[in-house]
Design a protein around this ligand. Sequence first.
Ligand SMILES: *Cc1c(COP(=O)(O)O)cnc(C)c1O
Length: 393
Amino acid sequence: MSAYKNIESALIHGGIYGDEYTKAVNVPIYQTSTYEQSGIGETPKWEYSRTGNPTRAALEALIAELEGGSAGFAFASGMAAITAVLSLFNTGDKIIISSNVYGGTFRVLDKVFNHFGIGYSIEDTTNIAELETKITPEVKAILIESPANPLLTITDIGAVARLAAKHDILSIVDNTFMTPYLQRPLSLGADIVIHSATKYLGGHSDVVAGLVVVNDERLARQIAFIQNSTGGVLGPFDSFLLIRGIKTLGVRLDRHVENAQKAAEFLSSHKAVKKVYYPGLPDAQGYDINKRQAKNGGVMISFELYENYDIKKFFKSLKLVALAESLGGVESLVCHPASMTHASIPYEVRQKVGITDGLIRLSIGIENIDDILLRLSGSAILICRREPSCMRS
Ligand SMILES: *Cc1c(COP(=O)(O)O)cnc(C)c1O
């Protein structure tokens, strides 16, 4: 557990603070692949940078402390982190995933782990009673996102963790959308937390990275073994960038969330908008559960335009808010899940889980909210196809 009572301080001082040799306030970038050893047969602390590197170790200690775990692991991407976790399983095992997890998580299970005989099934993890009926003897883990991508569906993390524990299987939470600043799944009973640190933890759209945190010695040993064996580790410079990004996570997220709440309310009352998905709106699915397990509704918003609005023109005419994959940076980004982040999910599956072609996903940045809203509404008016009723009075 953290030595700091409040996470705002742990973000800056947690893990390994500064450099023990020079007293530099920042952990140096130990750009080295190997380390001189003092003699044969002695086990050195550092031997080879795939196995361990001081800059990466500082990041790993930091994320473990922030998530309230006993061990953290840094990987070259969120997908490398997910791949390492999925490598815990054996041929014949099956993993249950939430019905709208990140497209890449679905793809790696469907196209890579399937080849090794590790199966998956997509279930509605918001319904715990129904979920329990899907736990067959082959099921060895439940992997959830809450909020899930891109419909911001809320799953009761504590309830899934209890269900998993009851059946002696693992509960895994991809906490990318919330970060430990807003939600700490291990404290709710989850076994493994995964991050695409590329998003809010890095925060500046300048690094691709993944993290895993566990709070169990056996799991920690297994993940450490997989990390060293498969080798998808994060480099020293990117580890440094992440430590630097995490220092401002609190202030960034405070502004991100404030902006997101305003944008969600604005979109809810906009004529062009058919539906808004945002866990911070009182009528959102799982509002009460999210309020219990997270600090607030987070930053991500998805919304659907009415059919008489042209979604292609919407994206074309949108200024300031860039059309791009990814999320979690200081700049506002918008994306079209059906053709971008979730394109690897077959059309029929997308329809079934509600990822329609009219769905737009927003990652609200920390710009001035009035500027963001002006661009959003300006774009929505421009794209009105035909009816004068589209025009805002
Ligand atoms: C982006 C993302 C990933 C994949 O992470 P990369 O860093 O892009 O490999 C996994 N899960 C979620 C929820 C994401 O948003």
